[in-house]
Design a protein around this ligand. Structure first.
Ligand code: NAI
Ligand code: MG
Length: 356
């Protein structure tokens, strides 16, 4: 076989973003050595600091350049409120949402699982392992609404949820494929008894697509019930597929029950492969600990593993997740790895990856 070169765009961003991304890069390089594949990184300076110094969020030229890469590794963006104020929502809208919508990141992936030695806030300490497949470009997040008679007692505000047959189908197909590769169980989460129009489209789509995946069993759960089951019985889930708003809320709950923002990884996937997908830790720029070299790089390292899996390098991806598992176990046995620096953690992961 050939020796592929992965062409990765890196948006390290602000605060602890660059600190954790440095460790993710080490992990990626180490994981690719036995594949005789190599990786090149192209850095893009974007984020709050970049806006403060240039007034630019994301130019069309930068977007076009990003399009040319195989994937994007993203750290976090956000200003330190002690030093600067940025118009509320500017970076979210003009950088994060613009990337997501322009690169058509229709699927937001958030795996959620227990890790050795990492305490979860759940009383019942049983292992679980599921993934939320959240629709990323539709639902109530499209800005389809308006306000009239603003600031009067007669004010009217609308926020219409947009659901297209195409958009629902592609995320449902993706979720079934993932279930097929996992434990063969898919749960549609919605509120189809009350949100009957969108709920019906989602339910009919899942029913139709299920016929193409006879080896996957599926069930339906209302979103309110799902919040109960995620806390009392997360073992019951394998793949959850849901809309943009429900997915936003459920994935934060899912991150909370795994016991740490330092562990939550995510992928924003372009389902059709028409633009690069983006992989990033769920956490933000953490201005409270930035610059101290103490951020946990695990979520960034696990995001790099998701990126490798997406790019078809499953063995290299598993090398990273196995190494993280083994290293977290070792630290747990030694009392939790408290007090380790970002670099010490990243180096330990990279050494373990190299030894596998
Ligand atoms: P945050 O995730 O940055 O921090 C929340 C808390 O978790 C802080 O106490 C922080 O120290 C801690 N924390 C986060 N990541 C950690 C890590 N890897 N290791 C150890 N501790 C960690 O969320 P916050 O404080 O609400 O937001 C800070 C900035 O980040 C804001 O400007 C926000 O808009 C931005 N943000 C950006 C995101 C992105 O780029 N996708 C996502 C979330 C927030
Ligand atoms: Mg959120």
């Amino acid at each position: 076989s050939t020796s592929p070169t992965l062409d990765i765009a890196v948006i390290a961003g602000d605060g602890i973003g660059p600190e954790v991304i440095a460790e993710a890069r080490k992990a990626l390089k180490a994981a690719l050595v036995p594949e005789s594949a190599s990786v090149t990184f192209t850095d893009y300076t974007l984020g709050a600091e970049h806006w403060l110094s240039t007034g630019e969020t994301l130019t069309d030229a930068t977007l076009e350049a990003l399009r040319g890469h195989d994937a994007i590794l993203f750290g976090a963006v956000g200003a330190d409120p002690r030093h600067a104020t940025i118009p509320s929502g500017l970076i979210e809208r003009e950088l994060l949402l613009k990337l997501r919508f322009t690169l058509d990141h229709s699927i937001n992936l958030r795996p959620s699982r227990t890790y050795p030695g990492v305490a979860t806030p759940l009383a019942k300490n049983e292992d679980f392992d599921f993934v939320v497949v959240r629709e990323g470009t539709e639902g109530p997040y499209v800005g389809n609404g308006g306000t009239i008679r603003r600031d009067t007692p007669e004010e009217i505000a609308t926020e219409v949820s947009l659901n297209t047959a195409h958009g629902v189908r592609r995320v449902v197909v993706d979720a079934f494929r993932r279930a097929q590769e996992r434990r063969g169980q898919l749960t549609l989460v919605h509120k189809n008894n009350v949100l009957t129009h969108a709920g019906s489209l989602w339910t009919r789509t899942v029913t139709e697509v299920a016929a193409e995946f006879p080896d996957v069993s599926w069930d339906y759960m209302h979103v309110d019930a799902a919040t109960i089951h995620l806390v009392t019985n997360p073992q019951r889930f394998d793949v959850i597929v849901t809309d943009n708003l429900f997915g936003d809320i459920l994935t934060d709950l899912a991150a909370a029950i795994t016991g740490g923002i330092g562990l939550a990884a995510s992928g924003s996937i372009n389902a059709e492969g028409t633009a690069p997908s983006m992989f990033e830790p769920v956490h933000g720029s953490a201005p409270d600990i930035a610059g101290q070299g103490i951020a946990d790089p695990t979520a960034a390292v696990l995001s790099a593993a998701m990126m490798l899996e997406h790019l078809g390098l499953q063995t290299a991806a598993t090398r990273i997740t196995d190494a993280v598992n083994a290293q977290l176990s070792e630290w747990a046995a030694a009392g939790g790895g408290e007090g380790l620096t970002t670099t010490q953690r990243g180096d330990a992961f990279a050494d373990r990856i190299a030894s596998l």
